[in-house]
Design a protein around this ligand. Structure first.
Ligand code: 2IP
Ligand code: CA
Ligand code: CA
Length: 391
């Protein structure tokens, strides 16, 4: 499986380059924004955009990963007729095609085509031998999560306890692989294309994280448990991945917990969590970024009680969290089970079942909300706290 995860990391790195290239040039960026079709609109934002960058990144991932793993490509979104973008056999052909979308702007088209065809060298991930039948695998991709922050492009936001509430740091590229039969997440790559900005050149560099959780094998690019630490030494070219046995996550002896929430969270949930976490409550943009804050141990949980996250937002971080001994639970389903007296079983998000009677993107919404966690103890603390909310 090391070739599969390597292909995913490679694709995410290329995608990150494209995302950075598109942002670099303001005039080019203006050209790249197109408004979403009515049916695809994320309920939360009146003006939600899809960008050419979004489409191109998705096409690059499809092209590159599909080459190796043709059997399991099943992408999250299908884009409308408005934008015809495809990665062709040669850079020249791709540039020609892109220039049509870019109103004949050949210079911009060439820059983008170059990033789409660039070969990137990634270090050996050393995952060890894991046999996963490839015909069981499905993929969820969010080519750019936190589109709103990507378009706004704020570069000078300051972190609070390592967490950026807004800004380009909240943009992520999410590639998750799941078991088509059981719906459980198996591997994830989470790329943060705008992680660090060089104060002199103003150029951004990114970071990526990955994890595999299959059967009793858990391996990831991060250490199992740590809090509020400097992550720069743990991403990208990590010296050696950490292999975990299932259920071996350290048991934290903590009564209090910290949480990251969406600004769009309900007043009721915000108030309850504020009561429990006090100052250890944070707000941040991006479902992928908030999950990353849990992955990195900046907070213990990410709680969201609404239904505006989707399978492509969660599959990748869920796989990484699982490889660290945590997970992503369906909040409402867990609360329902508790109300029925079942305190043991928690219901994890699954990725193969659409929401009954829903249409368009809403078919793949996480209807019951979610709790992303690294330790079961923290999930239980959240469920106890929210046990009174209506489900
Ligand atoms: C969005 C994006 C938003 C998030 C929303 C996602 O994805 O991550 O930031 O809302 O749930 O669906 P919030 O920031 O309030 O958590 P996209 O940018 O891909 O539409
Ligand atoms: Ca998203
Ligand atoms: Ca997106």
């Amino acid at each position: 499986m090391s070739d599969v995860i390597a292909a995913l990391v490679h694709a995410s790195e290329k995608a990150a380059k494209i995302a950075r290239a598109c942002r670099l040039e303001e005039s080019l960026f203006g050209l790249l924004i197109e408004e979403k079709k009515e049916g695809e609109k994320n309920k939360k934002f009146v003006t939600d955009f899809k960008t050419l960058a979004d489409v191109l990144v998705q096409e690059v991932i499809k092209h590159d990963v599909g080459k190796q793993l043709l059997t399991f490509m099943a992408l999250s979104t299908t884009y409308g007729e408005k934008i015809h973008v495809k990665v062709c056999e040669t850079e020249q052909e791709t540039a020609k095609l892109l220039s049509k979308v870019l109103d004949g702007n050949m210079e911009a088209a060439e820059v983008l085509a170059r990033s789409a065809h660039q070969n990137i060298v990634i270090p050996d991930l050393d995952t060890g031998k894991i046999d996963i039948p490839q015909d069981r695998l499905g993929v969820w991709v969010d080519p750019i999560d936190s589109t709103f922050q990507y378009i706004k492009g704020i570069s000078d936001s300051k972190p609070n306890n390592n967490i950026y509430s807004h800004g380009l740091q909240c943009v992520t590229i999410l590639i998750g692989v799941y078991d088509l039969h059981s719906g459980t997440p198996i591997m994830g790559v989470l790329n943060q294309p705008f992680a660090v900005q060089d104060p002199e050149t103003q150029r951004w560099s990114g970071q990526y994280y990955w994890g595999i959780s299959y059967g009793t094998t858990n391996v990831c690019s991060l250490r199992p448990h740590s809090k509020n630490r400097d992550v720069s030494s743990e991403s990208n070219s990590v010296p050696a991945p950490h292999h975990l046995k299932k259920g071996s996550a350290a048991d934290l002896e903590e009564e209090h917990f910290s949480a990251v929430l969406s600004t769009g969270e309900t007043v009721c949930v915000k108030t309850l969590l504020k009561g429990a976490c006090g100052d250890n409550i944070h707000y941040a943009a991006g479902a992928g970024y908030k999950s990353l804050c849990v992955v990195l141990g900046f907070v213990d949980v990410y709680v969201f009680s609404e239904d505006t996250t989707f399978k492509w937002d969660c599959c990748s971080p869920h796989a990484i969290l699982k490889s660290l001994g945590g997970g992503m639970a369906d909040l409402r389903e867990c609360l329902r089970r508790r109300q029925d007296g079942n305190l043991e079983d928690c219901s994890e998000l699954v990725y193969n079942a659409p929401v009954q009677d829903a249409k368009g993107a809403d078919r793949w919404a996480n209807k019951g909300g979610l709790v992303a966690y690294r330790s079961r103890k923290h999930l239980d603390a959240v469920l106890n706290l929210l046990s009174g909310i209506s489900v």
